[in-house]
Design a protein. Structure first.
Length: 120
């Protein structure tokens, strides 16, 4: 997705937030947002999004993840229902391409075609 396309997505997103005709919820999947200024996009903060979309327990948030679609999980992770997965992400915010644990809502995981034949 190139900058003009991103601008159009954000323009439609603002309309969607205002319940205006032609509005559409932003989907920036696959977009390279390096250097993008999203302050005007009216996107929710990460902490608010987590609070609004996930339950919590004493040890943190309950999130969902699929494995093997792009990269194999580290050998140190125990992959089974109910496990707690921990990782140390790259804390260097100046690094243009960092890493961490990617996760999603249960509804999103279930909606992905590659998960149709998997027990979730």
């Amino acid at each position: 997705m190139k900058p003009p396309e991103i601008k159009e997505v954000l323009k439609k997103h603002r309309k969607w937030l205002a319940n205006e005709k032609g509005g559409e919820k932003a989907d920036l999947t696959g977009a390279n947002l390096t250097g993008a200024d999203l302050r005007v996009a009216n996107l929710p903060s990460a902490s608010k999004w987590l609070k609004d979309n996930f339950s919590t327990v004493k040890s943190g948030y309950i999130v969902y993840k699929t494995f093997g679609a792009f990269n194999a999980p580290p050998d140190s992770w125990e992959i089974k229902r109910g496990c707690v997965i921990t990782d140390i992400p790259n804390y260097d915010r100046t690094e243009p391409c960092s890493w961490g644990i990617n996760f999603a809502t249960l509804d999103w995981i279930k909606a992905q075609p590659e998960n149709n034949d998997k027990e979730i």
